[in-house]
Write a protein that binds this ligand. Structure first.
Ligand SMILES: [Zn+2]
Length: 81
């Protein structure tokens, strides 16, 4: 038993994107994760998505993390501009 228990990344991606595209709550959570939470269905799809691991061809999961970190840094540095 190695990767058999891991969710298929493409399936998880497609399922989440399909839900995200039609769910205002999950869209809001994607834009402002600190202020909004994904709905139950979106949260479950997102959990599966994260279990599926790193995207094989592009890394928007990591990009979202970086964007969140950058946003926090920008908020800290806002006084400079
Ligand atoms: Zn949702």
């Amino acid at each position: 038993m190695t990767s058999a228990s891991k969710p298929d990344w493409h399936a998880a991606d497609r399922a989440y994107q399909a839900h995200h595209g039609g769910c205002a709550q999950c869209k809001a959570a994607g834009i402002a994760p600190n202020r909004h939470e994904r709905c139950d269905e979106g949260a479950a799809l997102w959990a599966t998505y994260e279990q599926a691991g790193d995207p094989p061809h592009f890394t928007w999961l990591q990009i979202e993390r970086m964007r969140r970190e950058r946003l926090q840094q920008r908020q800290q540095h806002r006084g400079y501009r």
